[in-house]
Every structure is written in structure tokens, then in C-alpha cells.
Design a protein around this ligand. Sequence first.
Ligand code: ADP
Ligand code: MG
Length: 556
Amino acid sequence: AATPEKHEFKAETKKLLHIVAHSLYSQREVFVRELISNSSDALEKLRHLQATSQDVSAENPLEISITVDADKKTITFCDSGIGMSAEELKENLGTIARSGSKAYIEKMKDSDDTKDMANTIVGQFGVGFYSAFMVGDKIAVYTRSALPGSEGYCWESDGLGSYTLQRTDNVDVGTKIVISVKSDASEFLDKSKLESIIKKYSNFVGFPISVNGEKVNTVDALWTKDKSSISDEDHTNFYRFVSHAWDEPAYHLVYKADGPLSIRSILYVPTKNPEALGFDRIKPGVSLYSRKVLIMPNAENLLPEWLRFIQGVVDSEDLPLNLSRELLQNGPIIMRLKSIITSRIIKWLQEESRKDPAKYKEFFKTFGIFIKEGVCQDTSNQAEIAKLLRFETSANDAAELISLNEYIDAMPSDQEHVYYFCTPSRQFGLESPYYEPFKKHGTNVLFLHHALDEFVMGRLSVFEGKRLISIDSKDVAQVLKKWNEADQAESASDTSAAPLTTEQANELTAWMLPVFGMHVKEVKVSERFMSYPAIVTDFDSPSVRRMMKMMAGDSK
Ligand code: ADP
Ligand code: MG
């Protein structure tokens, strides 16, 4: 064998390793899940390659064997997967693969609270391969790529500042990771302890896992099972397995269909939204299988962009195994799958909102931003997605959210439109002169506070035949006029409130216009004012005005 080459870890990796070394004892068992999940990924890749290319032969059975040696104080994870070349070893084990962890470390680079960072990073993003250093003070990785002409390599590190890389003979295709267990982590040298951790986190891995020769897991593809035989605990574990996340699934859906396409699937809504924490855009979370063989992890085109928070598995035996990338992205079967599954997800969320409105409200607070994105982008499903929206209203407490259907159902028979108001805050909305006539007339108004809401409402514009109208737009003139006429008829006897005659009004506005000069396009006697003597309204629609301001670089 050649002499070992020494390489320094990148600065961010050193920081991560330092954090990992300070993780809580109670978190350390996750290294088992991380290493098994890497082996499972490597086996899936090899199985797919075997199904699609002649160059890769199937020599060894696809499996994960774990060996514990209490005397030597080592745990060995061995898989017959795709393996790694020297370049891949350097690239994959020398840098941080997980964008979430990386972004978090970047963000926290000036923090000294290592314990706290360790909690967050291990709990929220997982540390992948590096978790082996939570229990090991030396890690050796022996690997050989399954691609023709490959050579074996040994990667070794004590997890401090550097690692060595060495070409090595007699390495089987796949990857073998030998952990020299730290003296304070000897509990993991116990075979039954290890088995119980594997059962807890990795029971659904689609390859046999053995510890010292005895098989541990069930190797059942959960999505082929009967829905009633899947427990909540199964769902939590499977969700965590597919999503690489640590939260609980908020909702799960076991969906099967036999026509027009054969579909076996399990889908999850997470509890947490990683994008809200300021990290990268979520990658698509649903993987595509055909007859239990993974054909595309995190399939890009399986779901529309706005559903990128959904996690899970879709298996369709109508998909040929060796589908080209182009066909996987735009082929007719994918398009049909996409349309069927998207409709099913929308229906699923509608069902969940009816089953438990309080729980759905929490979902909407976390993932509502994606629903709004869907309303804007997914035009073919817009009407159904809009049913998933929830709104604060002037009539209810701020905390109570209602749907557009509920708003319409509660409308008095003479109300024609849905009224909404985009304001920075509820207080601001309630005190606004735009809202005053609606308040006086007892008309419910949807209050929206997010910067994008105005755009969303503009894109939707109509719901179940009702127009959505902003109360600060000129579209409300008609209803204000109607209300004013009614009011005037009522107070006709009250001489102190006599309105201006048309002549008086014309005289007043003719005098005012030049006073405002360039700033004003038109001065009219309004039907709108009540306790306010005058009000400025938009000539263009408010969203057009705000867009123009944004384009001009004005933030407010
Ligand atoms: P992630 O799994 O999220 O990509 P990890 O830190 O767990 O991050 O692993 C980093 C990379 O190292 C993997 O993406 C993979 O390319 C490679 N790798 C890790 N373990 C194995 C393995 N057993 N076989 C082949 N490649 C592996
Ligand atoms: Mg991993």
C-alpha cells in the first residue's frame, strides 16, 4: 500500500466536529441511525445502477452488517453499497454535506455556546457521518467504488484537525466504517443496546441489517402495508427516516390507488418549517420508487414547488426502472402522477382542516406561506388551494382564523363581495379611516398582515363567484355610496349634518385641486368619509402602487 496522505479539514468542518464533541450524552445514539442511513443510501444507489447499467455486476448481496467487538472496543458498519472513489472520499467526508447544518454554523460563527449549538444542530439537522465522532475517538473508513476499475482506499481521522487518505489492497466494493469507541461510550459495545437503537430508528431500511450475524430489522416497505397495520410510532420513525428530520409528523397520509396509475404512497407534513428558521429553500422531500426500488430520491418534478414541505415516498409500478432523467422530469407518467398526487394532497389537507380546525390552524401558521405560494403559482388547482387559506378578521379575535368559505357563509344576503384589508397590524387596521364605514355598517373584513398578502389576494381575485375587494381600493365606492344614501335618508331631519349641494361641492374641489398641485390627480367629494374630514385614496389599485414602489426601490 502507498504511504498515507495527510489532509486538513475545512474550517467549517473543524467547527462542526468541535460542536459534535460537545453534544449531549443522551443524543449520541443517533450515530447509529446516521451511519445506517448512509449505508442504505449507498445500497439504493448501487441497486439502481445495477438495474440500469451493464457495467455494474451484482457480486455481493445488498446488506448492512454491523459488528461489535467488546475486547477491541470497536463497532464496525459494513455495507455492500456503491462505495466511494478517492475524490468522493475527500469531497464527501471532508466537507459538510448538509446545507442546514452548514448555514447554521455560518450564522452562529461568533457564538461560544457550544453545548447549545450542539443541541440545535444534532436535534434539528443531524450531523450525518460526523456523528460517528460522538462515540468514537478514531474512525477508519475502508471503501471501494462499485464502478469498473476502482481501487480501495482507507480514510482515517481522530476528528480533530485532519485526516489521512491511503490506497489500500483487499477492500471489497462498498464501505466499512470502523469506530474505535471512546472510554465513556462503552455502553454502545453492548449488542442488545445496539439492536434496540436500530429497531427504534432504522426498522424500515429496505435492506437486511445484522448485528454480529443476527438480523435485526423487518425490511418491510411500509408503503406497501395495510394502513390499519401502521402505528403512530411507525409513522414517526418512518417520517424521520425519510426526511432526515427530528420533529414529529403533524399529519400522515397512506394513499393507494390502482387506476389510472398504480400508486402506493405515504406522505407526511412535518411540524416545523425549516425555511422559517432562515435556512435554505427546502429540497423536494418525496422520493420516487418503482416496485420498492428507489428510482429518484427527492424527485424534483413529482410535486409542484409549493408542496416542497411534504415528505414521503411514492411508489408506482407504472414507472420503468431505467427511466432517463429527462423522462423522469417531464415524461407523461410523471406529469400524471404529479397531477393525481397534488389533488390528493390538497384534499387531504382539506380533510384534516375539517377533522381538527385547531390543529389545522397551527399547521396554517407554520406552512400557510406555502399555501399562499400555491394560490399564486398553481393556477390549475387555485380554487381548491384557496379553500386551505385562513384569515384573521375584524369580527373575530385576532387568534381566531376563518376560511373564505366560512366568511361567505356568514355574509348577510345583501353583501356581494369579500372585503379584505392589508395592514401592517390589527390595531392599525381597526383605527384606519378605510375600515371605519365597514365597522359602522357591521361588515366583516379580512385582515392580512404579511407583505405578500396583497399580491396573493390580487392573484386569487375571485373565490366561489365572489370578488375579493380591498377596502382601500376604488372598487368599494359603490357599496360606500349605498351605505351613505341609507344614512342620509335616516338623518334627513338632522339639519346640522346637511351635505353640500352639488354646486358647493364643485366650488370646493375646484379651489382645492391647484392647492395640492402635482401631488394629486383629482379632488372629489367622497361618499366615504365619516369622522375624518378628508381621505387620500389610490387612483391605481393598491397592489399596482405597491409594486411600483417596490420596483422603484422604496421598501414601504
Ligand atoms: P448526507 O448523508 O446528508 O449527504 P453525511 O454526512 O451523512 O451527509 O454523508 C456525506 C456523504 O458521504 C454522503 O452524501 C455520501 O456521498 C458519502 N457517504 C457517507 N457514507 C457512505 C457510505 N456508507 N457509502 C457511500 N457513500 C457514503
Ligand atoms: Mg447521511
